[in-house]
Design a protein around this ligand. Structure first.
Ligand code: SAM
Length: 508
């Protein structure tokens, strides 16, 4: 084996931001699942395993100046990118390590005991031996009460699509051509097979979105998703057993709405689960009910269950804000249509800015739990984010430095698609037009608010480099042309609707 242990290392993974990895978000998941969270209003330590280009860690470090953040990757190109972003934003609380999971398990890095360890797109993409290293690392460094976030491709949901990955991997291993070419050829082959009426594709609904992803997603993403030799979807019970070796217990899904089963299980399904006490078996049954193909879970080393009164006290320390512009929010569907009026009331209240759970409970005449449930559903639908009330006074300077660095980078490429908010303790995914408008506003003299028309012209000139970096007839070029044509309207909308959100979340 080479240094990369069969893991794709000749094509970079695209940068991405994942809110679920935020310490604040994980604490809120703990609270909603009735488990004592870690206090993040004081110094804490955080480690991201396999951080790729490091966008998530950098956004989290910038938006939690009270925390010390560490990340690792064994791919030097990823490490260099992550360090560069941290340096440009002068994030003194961010350390990027170039080392493998085996190095970490053996204690080769100089690290303090850790409060949080997270990994996105890692656990089911690496070899079993590397999974053992991850578990050994957690065992070695995670503090009692420490929180782990892990996600993985899961069974039984992958059962009917597993052979597609095998086809791509096998085809790639027989084709010693450059990686991008391997992917193109494997994709063409899968499409040809499907068109030829291959029985494997017959009536296999689950393959549809995987095939669509093969056509539409970036080569870097596809290579890391499908072409690792250790790739293996896992059952919850197996992961729970492996992590139990590090003293971890499963406490709930990282998706906030996952804490409210009534929103996604039918009554008979809830009754079926209600009779099961063993959490390992209960989750297994849930995965069969939902045919789960991807899990995002929170584990704790020594979880402490809270009383209802203690949970209510924590809920009273939370707030919620819209992250989509108010006009664009469609109330998410839930299993329980009776919620519609309460959801409408909540959305109307949030249209004028962030609100506390307690304020919303008195406004709507409902309990903190009921507000939490609706807020969780809005957050899972990508329209809102929950936050800790104390975070409003956190130092906003590091997040603003990172946002400026990301906005400046956006004039050269479209890699870093998020901006940081100290109020949220995390970031918001932000499109290219938004980041270029941010860049124009950040460059304007203090106190001046440039005219929308001037910003539109400036953004158009900042986009020119993007045209140069893609082939004239490519889908990327078509998307840029469409963006340029819509700029005056887009810029006006960003100034009218997005800028107030940035301001209320202390992002600029
Ligand atoms: C699918 S990518 C996910 C990156 C990042 N977490 C994200 O979601 O954007 C997995 C990352 O793990 C790294 N990785 C894989 N095996 C590793 C190992 N044994 N030691 C250190 N890093 C590893 C890869 O280089 C890659 O950057």
């Amino acid at each position: 084996m080479n240094w990369n242990d069969g893991y794709v290392a000749d094509l970079d993974y695209p940068a991405a931001y994942f809110a679920e990895q935020s310490p604040s978000h994980l604490n809120i998941a703990c609270i909603l699942n009735g488990v004592e969270p870690l206090p993040v209003d004081r110094p804490f330590t955080y480690f991201e395993l396999g951080a790729g280009m490091g966008l998530t860690s950098n956004v989290l470090a910038a938006s939690h100046p009270q925390g010390s953040f560490y990340s690792n990757d064994f791919n030097p190109a990823h490490v260099a990118s992550a360090r560069q972003l941290a340096d440009e934003a002068q994030l003194a609380n961010m350390t990027v390590l170039e080392c493998s999971f085996a190095d970490l398990a053996q204690g080769k890095a100089d690290l303090p005991p850790l409060d949080y360890i997270t990994m996105y797109g890692v656990y089911s993409w690496i070899t079993p031996a590397n999974r053992q290293c991850v578990v050994a690392f957690i065992k070695r460094y995670l503090k009692p009460g420490g929180v782990v976030y892990v996600n993985y491709n899961a069974l039984p949901g992958w059962t009917r699509t597993l052979p597609l990955q095998q086809l791509l991997l096998e085809h790639a291993s027989c084709n010693p051509v450059p990686r991008v070419r391997q992917l193109e050829q494997a994709r063409d082959l899968a499409q040809e097979l499907a068109k030829s009426g291959a029985a494997f594709f017959d009536g296999n609904k689950q393959l549809e979105h995987r095939m669509a992803s093969l056509s539409g997603d970036k080569a870097g993403y596809l290579a890391h998703e499908y072409l690792n030799s250790g790739w293996e979807p896992l059952y919850h019970a197996d992961v729970a057993d492996e992590l139990a070796d590090a003293g971890l217990a499963f406490i709930g899904p990282a998706d906030l709405s996952g804490a409210f089963e009534g929103d996604y299980l039918t009554v008979p399904q809830q009754e079926l689960l209600a009779g099961i006490d063993d959490p390992r078996w209960r989750e297994t049954m849930r995965d069969y009910l939902l045919n789960t193909s991807f899990r995002e879970d929170v584990y704790i080393r020594g979880p402490r269950r809270m009383s209802a009164a203690r949970q209510a006290a924590w809920l009273a320390r939370l707030g919620v804000t819209l992250t989509s512009v108010a006009d664009a929010v469609v109330a998410p569907e839930g299993a329980n249509g009776a919620d519609a009026p309460a959801m409408r009331q909540l959305l109307d209240a949030l249209a004028s800015g962030p609100k506390t759970f307690a304020g919303l409970a008195s406004l709507t005449g409902s309990s903190l739990q009921a507000v939490a449930r609706l807020a969780a559903r809005l957050s899972a639908a990508g329209h809102a984010a929950c936050y800790f009330l104390g975070s409003e006074t956190a130092d906003a300077a590091p997040a603003r430095r990172l946002n400026r660095a990301i906005a400046a980078q956006s004039t050269l490429g479209d890699h870093y698609q998020a901006l940081a908010s100290p109020k949220l303790g995390g970031g918001l995914r932000s499109g290219l037009a938004q980041r270029l408008v941010y860049q124009c506003l950040a460059q304007a003299p203090a106190g001046a608010q440039p005219e929308a028309g001037d910003i539109s012209k400036r953004v158009e000139s900042l986009m020119l480099g993007h045209f140069a970096s893609c082939a004239p007839d490519s889908p990327a070029a078509a998307a840029l042309h469409a963006m340029r044509a819509a700029l005056p309207r887009t810029v006006a909308a960003i100034l009218a609707q997005r800028l107030p959100i940035w301001r209320s979340l202390r992002m600029m």
